[in-house]
Each structure stands twice: as structure tokens, then as C-alpha cells.
Design a protein around this ligand. Structure first.
Ligand code: ZN
Length: 85
């Protein structure tokens, strides 16, 4: 949550990505709808990077993304420790 870009709208602090999505599609997202960042970058709020999901779908996406990030981090750590041949 802390990584998200916040904006002030009608004197309220809101997350920018939901606002961008609603403006673009001229809709009002229901509370339970979560807007996912497709490329994993929570600060990349381009409309093509945003995807509305329910909580279950969202968790599923993150299981995949987070395990991929973990894999890359482990690999980078390995390379920094032992170098690459
Ligand atoms: Zn997400």
C-alpha cells in the first residue's frame, strides 16, 4: 500500500491508479474490485498497466509474480556473490 502513488481528490487521499482507471473508463469501481499493476510496478499507473480483479484473482496473480521476483532476486544474489562465468 505504501508503494502506491497517492493523490488528493476532493480533499481526500486516494490511490492514483484507481482514479486513473475510473477516469479512463468513466466508471466507478466497486469497493471489492482491486486494480492490479500488470508489470508488477506499483508506481506505473499507465492505463495499459492496470487490470481490475477480484481478491481471489489478484492473490493468484501475485503468487506468480512474487515467486518470479523471488527467483530473480536469488539469481542476482548468487551472481553478486559468485560472479558469472
Ligand atoms: Zn497487484
Amino acid at each position: 500500500m505504501t508503494n502506491y502513488i497517492m493523490i488528493k481528490h476532493n480533499n481526500k487521499n486516494i490511490v492514483e491508479h484507481r482514479y486513473i482507471y475510473e477516469q479512463y473508463y468513466k466508471c466507478s469501481l466497486l469497493k471489492w474490485v482491486e486494480v492490479h499493476h500488470i508489470n508488477g510496478n506499483k508506481r506505473d499507473n499507465r492505463i495499459e498497466n492496470l487490470e481490475p480483479l477480484n481478491n481471489k484473482q489478484h492473490k493468484h496473480k501475485h503468487r506468480n509474480i512474487d515467486s518470479l521476483i523471488q527467483l530473480i532476486n536469488n539469481r542476482l544474489e548468487f551472481i553478486s556473490l559468485f560472479g558469472v562465468k
